[in-house]
Design a protein around this ligand. Structure first.
Ligand SMILES: N[C@@H](CCC(=O)N[C@@H](CS)C(=O)NCC(=O)O)C(=O)O
Length: 312
């Protein structure tokens, strides 16, 4: 594969990691993000439902490059001139521009780094590229302060947008993953139509239950019923939705199940029931895949992303 495809994700300014509610019985988070001197981990994330925080340490593409970013646009959204100056100082102190002709940025953040998030739709595109070992480049934007170059390639202002290497930008993860499948058919990731909607209601049930403040509103039961349906499907057809091999439906569901597992345990002390053994084997099989490990969000970032929803 001679060329890279390109995908636009997003970055947002970094908030503090919020404290879990008092009722939480899960593990408590450390007061701030763990700093790893040799990685490019960013701070915690704050984002609406569809945002999946992603530390920069997870951005390297299979080509070994990091990502391209024409300008550090995310700094422009700092709340005050003073904060802007401080963040600009931090960036200047911590940004290294690699002397490569491809103007690849390597960012290392010395203190209170900006935040990198990505959407669940972007994640499935990334997972698809990783599974197919297609080299790619990432461009990051501040979704709250969309740069002009981004609005030119995504007039509706949505991420992800994807460029197949032919200069044509395509929106919508359904379309994008289909195009990737056509252009890079190996390994095939098509889910047969009869299985394509397996697990598709889990995410909305999870969000309702996560946000629920009434234990008797049926939201837990609704989620359990969807998980039970997944259990039965996997028991009959597993270990993955389409049998022996991972497919597009798994790549869409995997990040959602990770969000479910991490945030429900954190905010509600809730775990997927142990008797759903096939679901447990399934999440284990997905979460230990190289593609998933490379693209998954740090738990503390994920939790910080959900906190505003839970506490709303
Ligand atoms: N159905 C689209 C969803 C795209 C979408 O709604 N993206 C949201 C993030 S999840 C977005 O870019 N929101 C930014 C905005 O509307 O300003 C897909 O699967 O790609």
């Amino acid at each position: 594969m001679g060329h890279h495809v390109c995908i636009v994700l997003l970055t947002l300014p970094s908030p503090r990691i919020p404290k879990p509610p008092e009722t939480n019985t899960g593990d408590r988070l450390p007061p701030g993000p763990t700093r790893h001197p040799h990685t490019r981990d960013t701070g915690p994330a704050l984002g609406p439902t569809c945002h999946t925080p992603l530390p920069f340490s997870h951005f390297p593409s299979v080509s070994g490059e990091l990502y391209k970013s024409p300008t550090p646009q995310f700094l422009r959204s700092s709340p005050s001139p003073r904060a802007r100056r401080r963040e600009n100082r931090n960036l200047l102190r911590s940004t290294r521009v690699r002397s490569s002709s491809s103007s690849t940025w390597a960012l290392r953040f010395a203190s209170r780094p900006p935040l990198a998030t990505r959407t669940l739709s972007a994640t499935r595109v990334l997972l698809t590229l990783e599974e197919k070992k297609v080299p790619y480049e990432l461009k990051l934007i501040d979704i709250q302060n969309k740069p002009d170059w981004f609005l030119k390639i995504s007039p509706e202002g949505k991420v992800p947008v994807f460029n197949n290497g032919d200069g044509k930008w395509i929106a919508d993860s359904d379309v994008i993953t289909q195009i990737i499948e056509e252009k890079y058919p190996t390994p095939p990731l098509v889910t047969p139509p009869e299985y394509a909607s397996v697990g598709s209601k889990i995410f909305s049930c999870f969000v309702t239950f996560l946000k629920s403040k009434d234990p008797n509103d049926g939201s837990e039961k609704a989620l359990l019923s969807e998980l039970q349906a997944l259990e039965e499907h996997l028991k009959a057809h597993g270990p993955f939705i389409n049998g022996q091999n991972v497919s597009a439906a798994d790549l869409s569901l995997a990040p959602k199940l990770f969000h479910l597992q991490v945030s429900l345990e954190h905010f509600k002390g809730w775990k997927i029931p142990e008797n759903l053994t096939n679901v447990h084997a399934y999440t284990e099989a997905l979460f230990t895949r190289e593609s998933f490990i490379k693209t998954k969000p740090a738990k503390e970032h994920l939790i910080a992303g959900w906190a505003p929803k839970v506490n709303a």
